[in-house]
Design a protein around this ligand. Structure first.
Ligand SMILES: [Zn+2]
Length: 344
């Protein structure tokens, strides 16, 4: 069977403060992020008398300033009447509350709303003991752990505007009309719990958020909120559930990188990348090791600096998956780190 490749109909993103029309009534906007992944894509869908935004970027002075420019410029002074948040991560939901305060309605999944609201209220001056225990259990390097214990941790509220009470729930199997099209709502899991994606019933558009990304893999992480979770299992189940829906001519508008076609191949890759990593991990776990000692087999390189935290939560996700499958066991060392080993 011949599989179509992955293609990028637009070879460059719109400039800062600009928008590109990627389909009738659908504007692509890029917002900056102060991280290694330095941008997020958001989309403005024309509803006639106003706009529905898909995601918002971080809440920052720069972000609010950019939105002021966008509203007066490419969005032609029409109001934002609805904000759809695909999932609870700050680069997606960061300014939802700010738009709500100006009269917009927020639509998102119940899980995304609860997580975002909980995390914005959960402001900590120092890491919680559960967080420290989690880092220790993952085998975080002693020097880094000591440093993090005295640093103010990242707080959601640093980059997410307060979310007022009240939202409209999006559910698996539902439909929504926006940008002159009806869209089927399909949930994904694994990158974020109950992550909404939207599949146009009237043309070939798909709004993928971080569930359907080209060229980079969505982070699959375990956190101290649910330390024994198996998000990688959730991710693989979601990819498999999307496969029968996906068509080569779907034009996917993702949360990061470039809009693309070739979704069936991309879903296949998203599954195979993790299955390959799991195979390398199984081989490495012939000898016991901590999550932090699994970077080489999982990512084929050592990881330091700002990517360390994301790599660590992703390593735990792969180990938890093997644990859920009954393929590995773990023992806690005297220093509080889990050491994992393959059975047999
Ligand atoms: Zn995300």
């Amino acid at each position: 069977m011949k599989e179509a490749g992955i293609r990028y109909p637009f070879d460059a993103p719109p400039e800062e403060g600009q928008a590109a029309e990627v389909a009738d009534g659908v504007l692509w906007i890029r917002l900056p992020l102060p991280m290694a992944l330095d941008h997020v894509n958001v989309f403005a869908l024309d509803d006639g008398d106003g706009w529905t935004l898909i995601d918002t970027g971080f809440d920052s002075k720069r972000g609010r300033g950019l939105w002021a420019r966008l509203l007066a410029g490419p969005l032609a002074g029409k109001p934002v009447t609805r904000v759809v948040a695909t999932h609870h991560h700050p680069d997606h939901i960061g300014l939802a509350g700010w738009f709500q305060a100006q009269g917009a309605e927020l639509l998102t999944t119940r899980t995304a709303w609860l997580y975002a609201r909980m995390l914005t209220l959960d402001v900590q001056a120092a890491p919680l003991p559960e967080q420290v225990a989690f880092w220790r259990a993952a085998g975080m390097k002693a020097g880094l752990l000591a440093q993090r214990m005295v640093e103010r941790p990242f707080n959601f509220a640093d980059v997410v505007a307060p979310l007022p009470l009240g939202f409209t729930r999006l559910q698996e199997g539902g439909t929504i009309t926006m940008g002159g099209r009806r869209w089927a709502i399909r949930m994904g899991n694994g990158h974020a719990p109950e992550h909404a994606t939207f599949w146009s019933l009237d043309d070939d558009l798909v709004l993928g958020g971080d569930q359907l990304l080209p060229s980079i893999s969505a982070n699959i992480g375990v956190y101290p909120t649910e330390p024994d979770a198996d998000p990688l299992g959730d991710w693989l189940t979601s990819c498999a559930a999307f496969q029968p829906l996906a068509r080569d001519d779907h034009f996917v508008l993702p949360g990061h990188k470039l809009p693309f076609t070739g979704l069936p191949l991309r879903l296949h890759q998203m599954i195979e990348n993790h299955l390959g990593a799991l195979d390398r991990l199984r081989a490495a776990l012939a000898t016991p090791r901590t999550a932090a000692e699994c970077f080489m087999p999982l990512f084929k390189r050592e990881i330091t600096g700002s990517a360390y935290g994301l790599a660590l939560v992703e390593a735990v996700a792969h180990l938890n998956h093997l644990l859920h499958r009954g393929e590995v066991s773990r023992t806690m060392r005297e220093d509080g780190a889990w050491e994992w080993v393959r059975h047999g």
